[in-house]
Write a protein that binds this ligand. Structure first.
Ligand SMILES: Cc1ncc(COP(=O)(O)O)c(C=O)c1O
Length: 471
């Protein structure tokens, strides 16, 4: 760790939660330099849905490199890119009756969000964008301006104009229909809300605390988009790629976004990000939006191979089964600690266990790590333990990881109880000492009072003597 502490910027973060030097990884496990094994419930923040070093990918990459396949090529035509687009079209889009054009952006998720926002603004000729409370869309200027958390929105960092934040589904409580509030704001010519080019949303806010939008809410938002001529952008970077059980997270809601952003797991751990746009929105001039690393050919090779997981519904069925297991275990834990007012939220293999005490959750994550589990937190207050295992995790390993979480919660809970008992004992002890001191003080005061009376009597005796003497 010394090299990292000395040479790497203070900005490093996950290394602080997981202080080990990792050397290798396979499936749903990581191994450090000292030979310790860790179960991965973090999956590279949703990048390793198909596990670390998926053998299908490793084999294909080695073969491609051996044949001197093109690795870098800006946006020239390559065999690897063609294969990916055809496979994606045939395996994902056509069976869902979806027609979209591909735009490859810079390598990471935030590049796809930047592209989507720029495209929507260009097509609609409007600057405003609607984003939601607790949204997370990335760390570059445009994406960050649509990211809600104040930690990232330092005034000096981001352009705060041209994005209006409105409440996400369930922001107040489930009784308040935030889609109707948005409708009212759009309807009212005096609401101050500028008609936006697009509404950007995550169907499940992963970084924002595992907030799950209901399908009815998503449908209402889509209706608003149609009614007011607004484009709907679904940012499926973290919860797409099968995370919720279907390839796209919005399939259950039956909505039809104008623009979809994809990244993270699409490249099986290699950087790749893309925008899917309805064909009529493809109004770019050639080269109007560019970048050196558009489309990573190694990632195309990985992505094409991984799409074979979606040729039938086997993976979806497995996710559904593992979701049941995960949810049941979380319910049991939640019931066990009912005094802590825990909440469970999630869908597919992304779940959050909210324990409204940020330090409790970070203690659980640290304790779990010491027992061989990598698990992160989410939410503005870091009070949600985030369960994000690879989709291909074996059931026994999922159970093993959940045992570690349960054990970690038990340890942290009991440690806290013991500390509280000691503090209470200290308080009682302190109170007793204080009472004893007060008793002593009373006795002294009584003695002093008695002294006063004796002095008084003595003074009186003195006066009498004086009178007697003068006579
Ligand atoms: C929903 C969503 N959008 C965008 C991003 C940004 O992706 P990247 O970190 O690859 O730039 C993230 C990253 O966590 C995300 O969860």
């Amino acid at each position: 760790m010394e090299t990292f502490n000395k040479l790497e910027s203070e900005v490093r973060s996950y290394i602080r939660s997981f202080p080990a030097v990792f050397e290798s990884a396979k499936g749903s496990k990581l191994y450090d330099e000292n030979g310790n094994e860790y179960i991965d419930f973090f999956a590279g923040a949703g990048t390793l849905n198909y596990g670390h070093n998926n053998p299908i990918v490793s084999k294909a990459l080695i073969e491609y490199l051996k044949q001197d396949g093109v690795v870098h090529g800006l946006d020239i035509a390559t065999t690897a890119k063609r294969e990916f687009m055809e496979k994606f079209n045939d395996t994902i889009l056509k069976p869902r009756h979806m027609e979209y054009k591909f735009q490859f952006c810079g390598p990471t998720g935030t590049d796809a969000v930047e592209t989507a926002l720029k495209l929507a603004r260009m097509v609609k000729g409007r600057s405003n964008i609607i984003a939601f409370t607790n949204a997370f869309h990335g760390m570059t200027m445009g994406s960050m301006s649509a990211t809600a958390n104040e930690f990232y929105r330092e005034e000096a960092f981001t352009n705060r104009s041209d994005v209006t934040f409105v409440p996400f589904d369930g922001y107040f409580d489930q009784e308040v229909d935030t889609a109707s509030i948005l409708k009212q704001l759009l309807e009212d010519k005096s609401s101050g809300l500028d008609l936006p080019a697009a509404i950007i949303l995550e169907t499940i806010q992963a970084e924002g605390g595992i907030n799950v939008a209901s399908k009815e809410w998503l449908q209402e938002i889509e209706n608003l988009c149609h009614e007011y001529d607004i484009l709907l952008i679904v940012d499926d970077i973290q919860v797409g790629n099968g995370r919720t059980g279907s390839f796209f997270s919005f399939e259950e809601a039956g909505i039809n976004p104008d623009i979809i952003t994809l990244s993270k797991s699409i490249g099986g751990g290699l950087p790749l990000s893309l925008v899917l746009m309805k064909p009529e929105l493809d109004q770019w001039e050639p080269g109007q939006h560019s970048g050196t690393f558009r489309g990573n050919n190694l990632a195309f090779i990985a992505a094409s191979r991984l799409l074979s997981y979606w040729e039938d519904d086997k993976l979806s069925r497995e996710i559904c089964k593992k979701e049941q297991l995960l949810r049941d275990r979380l319910k049991d834990i939640s019931q066990e600690y009912d005094t802590m007012e825990t909440y469970i939220r999630g869908r597919g293999l992304i779940y959050g266990l909210q324990i409204p005490d940020a330090n409790f959750c970070s203690d659980v994550s640290a304790e779990a790590f010491s027992q061989g589990l990598v698990i992160e937190l989410s939410g503005a207050e870091s009070d949600v333990i985030k369960f994000l295992p690879p989709l291909v995790i074996e059931e026994e390993i999922l159970e093993e990881g959940l045992d570690i979480v349960e054990e970690a919660i038990y340890t942290v809970y009991n440690r806290r109880e013991s500390i509280n008992q000691i503090l209470n004992y200290d308080q009682v002890y302190q109170n007793e000492s204080i009472n004893q001191e007060l008793d002593q003080k009373d006795t002294i005061n009584q003695i002093l009072d008695q002294k006063d009376s004796i002095n008084h009597v003595l003074n009186q005796k003195e006066s009498i003597n004086q009178i007697m003497n003068s006579k």
